[in-house]
Ligand binder design. Structure first.
Ligand code: ZN
Ligand code: ZN
Length: 392
């Protein structure tokens, strides 16, 4: 049985820091003005502690979506600790339970079903009598680096989170400005930005990959949360190191991890294949379509279901064929590079065939997508006009 008591340290910290972060800068600026270094230190600390949480605590330690050099892991633990969001061990344990028990009022630590405020920060005001239970994270409990950070969490928070920014502004004689902007104001900013993932990302947006939980995708939230706004995708494919999967999705955490990989500091970046992602989208749309058809006459809905199944098959077959064609072309290319007995002319012919097949694949895929969209549009009109739409 989970018993929750008010954690007074957390409660006071969470209540007083936003007030102090609002008043103290006004008083300080009116007396001493602003210096360009205040902005630089704020920004550097904002990025580093944010990455400590999203690239470190979240995508590396909680989900193991990639492996990293020990120096990078240490960096995550120092700067993630400086974000004042608990030790990595406890943060990740809570987060794994959130994924396992998502939306469960009792067991999800920040269940949105208990309200927006609870999911955002209300839950931090309380401590549970199960705070030393690590059954959700046995691997993390065995990690000596994580156990070390858990033990020295408070000195790390004070040292890296507040003394370091003060030190950075010492050369210009403004250590208090460093403490204020790089420490206090930045802590409040980063906390609330990341809290938004638990609150707003379970409240606003679309659910393209799963309607089984409240997690949602919203592009605008990605701008506030270091790229974690694509939360519906994340809950469906939590082991993927990306949250925004398209190149144009704003996901600085993904770009940061890519950067680490380029320098050999991160590896085994997990990425789901397009066909799995497509399948999840189709399944979700199909589920919604079936729900919509529940009230339609049996004969009609059976006909639509049969067409949906056929269209789905065509839609899913196209990427598979493309993958097969690519695999055989790549094998051929490898042979050509290895100067195996493959005449230049044969290779050119294979390349031409590959080009044709790609074009054919694209055509098939687009046609299947169009058929699918038409069917879904027909289903969506089933109730809107009170009659059965033509299926075409
Ligand atoms: Zn979530
Ligand atoms: Zn997660």
């Amino acid at each position: 049985m989970k018993i929750r008591q008010i954690n007074w340290v957390n409660a006071l910290f969470l209540t007083l820091t936003p007030i102090a972060a609002l008043i103290l800068p006004i008083v300080y600026i009116s007396r001493y003005g602003l210096h360009w270094l205040d902005f630089v230190v704020f920004f550097i600390m904002y990025i580093l502690t944010g990455m400590g949480i999203t690239a470190g605590y979240h995508r590396h330690f909680s989900h193991r979506s990639y492996d990293a050099h020990w120096a990078v892991r240490l960096f995550f633990l120092l700067f993630g600790g400086a974000a004042a969001q608990n030790s990595a061990l406890r943060w990740c344990r809570d987060h794994r339970i959130h994924h396992q028990k998502v939306d469960d009022r009792e067991d999800d630590p920040y269940a949105i079903t208990r309200g927006l405020f609870w999911a955002h920060m209300g839950w931090v005001y309380f401590e549970s009598n199960q705070d030393d239970d690590f059954t959700a994270a046995p691997d993390l409990k065995r990690d000596r680096l994580l156990v070390w950070q858990d033990k020295y969490y408070l000195p790390i928070l004070v040292g890296v989170g507040f003394l370091l920014p003060a030190l950075l502004e010492l050369p210009v004689g403004r250590p208090f400005a460093g403490f204020l902007f790089g420490g206090l104001v930045r802590t409040v900013f980063v906390q609330h930005m990341t809290f938004c993932i638990n609150s707003l990302a379970h409240y606003f947006g679309t659910r393209p990959y799963s309607v089984d939980n409240t997690a949602r995708d919203s592009w605008w939230l990605a701008y506030l949360t270091y790229g974690e706004g694509y939360h519906n995708y994340h809950h469906r494919f939590a082991a993927d190191y990306r949250n925004g999967i398209r190149w144009y999705h704003f996901d600085p955490t993904k770009w940061f991890i890519n950067g680490l990989a380029r320098f050999g500091l991160a590896w085994r970046l997990t990425q789901y294949r397009e066909e799995h992602i497509l399948k999840a989208r189709i399944e979700t749309q199909l589920k919604l379509a079936h729900a919509k058809l529940a009230d339609a006459p049996e004969e009609f809905s059976a006909r639509v279901r049969a067409r949906l199944d056929a269209a789905r098959e065509q839609l899913e077959a196209a990427p598979k064929q493309f993958d097969e064609a690519r695999a055989s072309y790549q094998a051929l290319k490898k042979q050509a590079h290895g100067r195996l007995a493959l005449a230049r002319r044969d290779f050119e012919a294979a390349r031409e065939e590959w080009r044709l097949r790609t074009r054919q694949y694209n055509f098939q895929f687009q046609a299947a997508q169009a058929r699918w969209a038409l069917l879904l549009a027909a289903v969506s009109r089933v109730h809107a006009h009170g009659h059965l739409p033509p299926l075409g």
